[in-house]
Design a protein around this ligand. Structure first.
Ligand SMILES: *Cc1c(COP(=O)(O)O)cnc(C)c1O
Length: 353
């Protein structure tokens, strides 16, 4: 907190609260199911590639365009490398896109409840934002596409957090005729879903898709994400990004990770399998659980408050995410862990309830 009334910090920064990340306890021994990290290690190729890069040394600046990564990612996605922009996590990608499209006094739009960072990104630009409430079945009404003065960017987390629900790409394709401005589809969890929107990027330059290596590739600590957009858009976004936004070790690790398709397939299949099992078990314990296409599930209850459940689990060293969305309601967002971790969670819940 600044003590003096007098400050050079811009007023809209002073007014904002900032983003609160999920707890990262420094104590050991927690079963951590609160920030959607992957419980399985990354491909063994990742460590090897990072060690190799380290042996080659860090005296030189990294490749500003992360070319080795873009070549591999382009191959996987069926686009050319100039359709890809690499970032220091997909949060960096979201920041770059926002800075390029949204100015002071402009308007952005996103669904509610969803990823809380979108609001922060708008606040940083001193822009306005509009939250369109999801309907009870986690679909979006026509207001999501309504034209609006100074509307510059729509964000859509798909799959959404905290619900894990998906707007099918076919629905979004039908939106394109009425789309009032560019849309950034945040596919941080898409590898756990059955559908994605990359084909729409090829169809319309206003569609951009962001991806993350934090969740499905087990690399939250490495910081790597990327954007898929048409080359003329990527060309402009490159001007906005930090010159060296991805470091040498991250580029090496990310390139190895995206190459190992088998590893991704096996670990995501395992997580999906555990997700389906825990959904059924949580329902049997009286939770309302939304069908998820991500690596977490959203649990609410009608018979009792969930906050005490979060607290009692934490006391037992099982950490889940308690979320309270003003105007919407609260619930527990529980990441899919290993089978052993989920067994522990269910045992503790059986005792609490
Ligand atoms: C985790 C997450 C991100 C951020 O991913 P990083 O690549 O770790 O920056 C972006 N969007 C959503 C919806 C997320 O849950």
């Amino acid at each position: 907190m600044l003590k003096s009334e007098y400050t050079f910090i811009r007023p809209h920064i002073l007014r904002m609260a900032g983003y609160t990340p999920g707890e990262q306890p420094q104590e050991s021994g927690f079963i951590k199911l609160n920030t959607n990290e992957n419980p399985y290690p990354p491909s063994p190729g990742v460590t090897e590639a990072i060690m190799d890069a380290l042996r080659r040394g860090l005296q030189k600046y990294p490749d500003p365009l992360a070319t080795t990564f873009r070549i591999e990612a382009a191959r996987v996605l069926g686009v050319e490398p100039d359709w890809i922009l690499a970032g220091n996590g997909s949060d960096d990608i979201l920041t770059i896109v926002t800075r390029a499209f949204v100015g002071e006094g402009d308007l952005v739009r996103f669904a509610y409840p969803s990823y809380l960072l979108y609001r922060i990104l708008a606040q940083l630009q001193n822009a306005k934002w509009e939250e369109i409430f999801f309907r009870d079945d986690w679909t979006l009404g026509d207001e999501f596409l309504a034209p609006q003065n100074r509307l510059r960017l729509i964000y859509l987390a798909n799959p959404n957090s905290p619900s894990g629900t998906v707007i099918p790409s076919g629905t979004i394709r039908q939106w394109l005729d009425r789309l009032p401005c560019p849309i950034l589809i945040d596919e941080a969890y898409v590898d756990f879903a059955q559908d994605d929107c990359v084909a729409l990027v090829k169809q319309d330059e206003r569609v951009m898709v962001s991806r993350s290596l934090s969740k499905s590739y087990s690399l939250a600590g490495l910081r790597f994400g990327f954007l898929i957009a048409q080359p003329q858009i990527i060309h402009e976004l490159r001007k906005v990004k930090d010159s060296y936004n991805c470091d040498t070790l991250a580029i090496a690790g990310a390139t190895a990770a995206i190459k190992d398709r088998m590893w991704l397939k096996e670990t995501t299949e395992r997580i999906i399998c555990t997700r389906e099992r825990m959904t059924a078990q949580l329902r049997a314990l009286g939770f309302d659980v939304v069908r998820s296409q991500a690596n977490f599930v959203w649990c609410t209850r009608r018979d009792r408050p969930v906050r005490p459940i979060y607290e009692q689990l934490k006391a037992k060293k099982v950490l889940v995410r308690y979320m309270d969305y003003p105007g919407w309601g609260d619930g527990l967002r529980i990441s899919v862990g290993t089978d052993w971790e989920i067994d522990r969670l269910i045992e503790e819940l059986e005792e609490i309830l």
